[in-house]
Design a binder for this molecule. Structure first.
Ligand code: ATP
Ligand code: MG
Length: 535
């Protein structure tokens, strides 16, 4: 299907390229159905236009520069679309528009890996919506979301949708289409029962309230020499880790604050950032710690501190907890969060874990690795303003065009399809989307009757619009051909062998199940058409 040329750069060979063409056909059909118009934009771009939007800097090392000329190789095409819009869209009457293309993109990915899943040169379907206002953008965005669902369904992929981290962008104007796969670089949380799905950076779970002990002990300082981690603390005191509160110091703008987590829970910094709203957050450096708290990491805690405390929601109401004493080699036991901590706010700032319960339906959640297939994004006016893409409204007033941007990785679709459809023998293409529909195998091509039957069937299949790959090799054994057929995974195999031919029959083998059946030669074409739902 493919051949690597250099790190992250692949040649598509005829078999693989057939798949590319099939996927592109599906994408085109659905993009045209929402009113999209197909473009073909240059990959070689004057650097100047990318400077206007500040993206030479934003892309940094990812952007390929052409030596000795002020050109770059386009990693995406917002700039070029905005440039065309600036020259061709004049009035509100020209809007809305959906412009798309399927074209090669260049990104100098620092770690190209997993084959075509992260390449340095790859095919993207990218589309851009142009609207007069945000309501219009909402519509274009929804049209794309619906088209994407149709495209991935037509490609027979099991996918799920997640709202991406709103992060610095704000709002909910971004969504990713994901496929569960060990080869993925994203981590997502999925509920198989109700369909809730989110990137682990922002995923929520139904948090059970902390089970308080009946009696609250009083505070007590304990000498804990060389005890640094939660595991060491639990081991030293012979208590469960869920009786320990982990303390971390963060800096919000310039102000330090204390973060408390239950046991070994890690701080989810994206959730923390969202909880605190605006501003910059970073963990305090080790050398800042003793100045801020009086102790080093491992002995920091919430008692006798003036710091604002942000605690994870799981700690709300906890008592008889142990945490650092803000004095090296000491901890404090008997901490009652309700009684002892006043300057405290609670937020959900933990990572969802496998088995936590769904926020919507309380079913157990799964944490999975996933590959991003597509991304839809409400851009707004950033690019139209930078490149002067404006229109006149009914009153003759000028406004920037409101843009959306929508991408799909074409090779990733094919890679994910194989990830989801294979066994130990090879690929199992779904019959709806396969490089070929039928694999015709002549068992012994030196036998004249087999050869002439195969050739007749090959001709008839082509006449009937059945896409057929014909294995007419003379010099390999039948077993070898069968293994190759299973490896490349075409859904239906038609096997022409001596014994069956004597009865005027051939065998159909279903790649997915391994089941076989004998068919009268005269009925073969009709049978294949029925299997493939062809008219
Ligand atoms: P990622 O987080 O995986 O790097 P991205 O957020 O950079 O993706 P976009 O800029 O939104 O991706 O591009 C749109 C689509 O293009 C992605 O959803 C993905 O399917 C595809 N894509 C992006 N980068 C690559 C790559 N290096 N190789 C192959 N496909 C890619
Ligand atoms: Mg990327």
């Amino acid at each position: 299907m493919i051949r690597p040329l250099a790190a992250g750069i692949y040649s598509f060979l005829p078999f693989g390229y057939r798949m590319i063409k099939k996927v592109c056909e599906i994408i085109r059909r659905e993009m045209d159905a929402i009113g999209g118009q197909e473009f073909h934009l240059p990959a070689l771009n004057p650097k100047e236009i990318w400077e206007k939007t500040g993206r030479v800097e934003a892309f940094g090392d990812i952007l390929f520069h052409v030596k000795n000329r002020d050109y770059v190789l386009a990693p995406t095409h917002e700039e070029i679309i905005a440039e065309i819009a600036a020259n061709h869209v004049k009035s509100y009457r020209d809007l809305p528009q959906i412009w798309y293309q399927i074209q090669t993109k260049f990104r100098n990915e620092p770690r190209p890996r997993s084959g075509v899943i992260r390449g340095r040169q790859f095919l993207m379907k990218d589309s851009y919506s142009l609207d007069r206002d945000w309501e219009g953008l909402d519509k274009s965005y929804e049209l794309h979301a619906e088209a994407y669902r149709k495209i991935f369904s037509a490609c027979k992929l099991k996918f799920f949708e997640v709202g991406a981290s709103s992060g610095a962008m704000g709002g909910t104007g971004s969504q990713e289409f994901m496929v569960e796969s060990e080869a993925g670089e994203d981590t997502c949380v999925i509920c198989d029962n109700c369909g809730y799905a989110a990137n682990v950076e922002i995923a929520k779970a139904n948090s059970t309230p902390y089970k308080r002990d009946d009696n609250s002990e009083s505070l007590k300082e304990i000498h804990t020499p060389n005890v640094k981690t939660i595991d060491e603390l639990a081991e030293f005191l012979k208590i469960p880790t869920t009786k320990c509160a982990k303390s971390r110091v963060y800096i919000h703008n310039d102000t330090p604050f204390l973060v408390l987590m239950l046991g070994n829970d890690e701080v989810n910094e994206e959730k923390l950032r969202i909880a605190l709203g605006a501003g910059k957050i970073r963990p305090a450096h080790p050398e800042e710690l003793s100045e801020i708290t009086g102790a080093d990491a491992g002995s920091i805690g919430p008692i006798e501190t003036n710091l604002q405390i942000i605690a994870d929601i799981k700690l709300k109401g906890a008592n008889n907890m142990v945490s650092g004493a803000n004095k090296n080699d000491y901890h404090i036991s008997g901490i009652d969060f309700d009684r002892d901590l006043s300057n405290i706010k609670y937020y959900d700032i933990h990572y969802v874990q496998e088995g936590d319960l769904c926020v919507n339906c309380k079913s157990p959640l799964r944490v999975v690795k996933a590959i991003e297939l597509g991304h839809i994004f409400k851009l707004g006016t950033k690019y139209s303003e930078a490149l002067g893409a404006k229109f006149l409204d009914e009153k003759g007033e000028e406004h920037p065009i409101v843009m959306g941007s929508y991408g799909i990785g074409v090779e990733r679709i094919i890679a994910c399809l194989i990830e989801q459809n294979h066994d130990e023998k090879g690929i199992i293409w779904p019959k709806e989307i396969a490089p070929f529909q039928v694999h015709l195998i002549g068992v012994n091509m030196k036998n004249d009757e087999i050869r002439s039957t195969c050739e007749k069937l090959y001709f008839e299949m082509n006449e009937s619009d059945i896409e057929v790959l014909y294995d007419d090799r003379e010099d390999v054994s039948a077993g070898y051909k069968f293994n190759d057929a299973d490896l490349i995974g075409i859904p239906l195999q038609v096997i022409v062998g001596e014994k069956n031919l004597a009865k005027n029959k051939v065998e159909i083998k279903y790649r997915a199940t391994g089941n076989k059946k004998l068919v009268e030669i005269g009925l073969l074409i009709r049978t294949l058409q029925d299997e493939l739902f062809l008219p």
